[in-house]
Design a protein around this ligand. Structure first.
Ligand SMILES: [Zn+2]
Length: 284
């Protein structure tokens, strides 16, 4: 019970600050409080701390050089302010894995969690840092140059950022499980400590890098090939949202309507989790 209260209080303070700073919408803040409370109460510091590294780093990166990125982002579904759908796409799977781990403890839950967090963090870092690249992106599908901000456009800077974003989660997972000193963490989180202790810091770095790249590249590929795209009838721009210019209904030009940006994020984070499970399965 105490851990639920601590989780609720900490998450409310952080989500409240993020809402005031316009990093989260009201629905996004409510969703973040639920995600944070469950992860703290059921997963303790390893699960909650890893989520916080993703949340705080992505919020800071989103605000960083916001004005320069805003020009590119205006036609896309992503905006600086994350709503409940985006929080759920990023944190919902983590919550399910954490609940699974508390019901049927097993190290694989933690391995999958690190993989999905590495994937979402890598993708966010790639979007926020790669968006500042002066090099013109190339399509992950055709290799041809595409305008900055296009779904599926990749740059060296973006790829490097996604590698670092994945590795940051690996390091966070290692730190919050007792930085190689597993006795520092209570038995309740034994599963997460087992994985980290077996593969060590180097293994966690490699795991984060691998899952992050798998998630981030599949996000680019799904974004380019499957994601729904609309055209605004007023200005003629190709956009990810179904409304543009003064909230005019846009016309779908390709992709399935359920394959929104949130759906693409969700699927690519599952791929990151799968890559992590495969990696752990091969090592242990
Ligand atoms: Zn328009």
């Amino acid at each position: 019970m105490v851990s639920w209260i601590i989780g609720l209080v900490c998450s409310s303070i952080i989500a409240g600050a993020a809402w005031r700073k316009k990093s989260l919408s009201l629905s996004g803040a409510a969703a973040a409080i639920v995600v944070g409370s469950v992860l703290y109460a059921l997963g303790g510091l390893p699960w909650y701390g890893t989520l916080m590294v993703f949340f705080l780093s992505s919020s800071l990166l989103t605000r960083w050089k916001h004005r320069r990125k805003a020009a590119v982002e205006s036609s896309y579904a992503k905006s600086g302010r994350r709503d409940a759908g985006q929080v759920a796409a990023n944190g919902g799977l983590g919550v399910l894995l954490c609940i699974g781990n508390s019901l049927w403890p097993d190290p694989y839950w933690w391995a999958a969690y690190i993989g999905i967090m590495a994937a979402v963090n890598a993708d966010t870092w790639a979007t926020e840092i790669g968006g500042l690249s002066r090099a013109e992106p190339r399509s992950i599908v055709s290799g041809r140059r595409v305008p900055a901000g296009t779904s599926g456009g990749i740059t060296i800077m973006g790829l490097t950022a996604s590698l670092c974003g994945g590795m940051a989660i690996g390091v966070a997972g290692w730190l919050f499980t007792g930085w190689g000193a597993p006795q520092a963490v209570t038995a309740a989180y034994a599963g997460s400590v087992t994985v980290t202790a077996v593969i060590g810091l180097a293994g966690m770095l490699l795991l984060g890098a691998l899952a992050g790249m798998a998630g981030s590249l599949s996000d680019s590929w799904l974004g380019a090939v499957w994601q729904v795209m609309y055209r605004c009838p007023v200005c003629g721009k190709e956009i990810e949202k179904n409304r543009h210019c003064k909230d005019t209904q846009a016309v779908r030009i390709r992709g399935a309507s359920f394959m929104t940006n949130d759906a693409v994020n969700l699927i690519s984070s599952v791929i990151g989790g799968g890559a992590s499970l495969a990696f752990i399965g091969l090592l242990t």
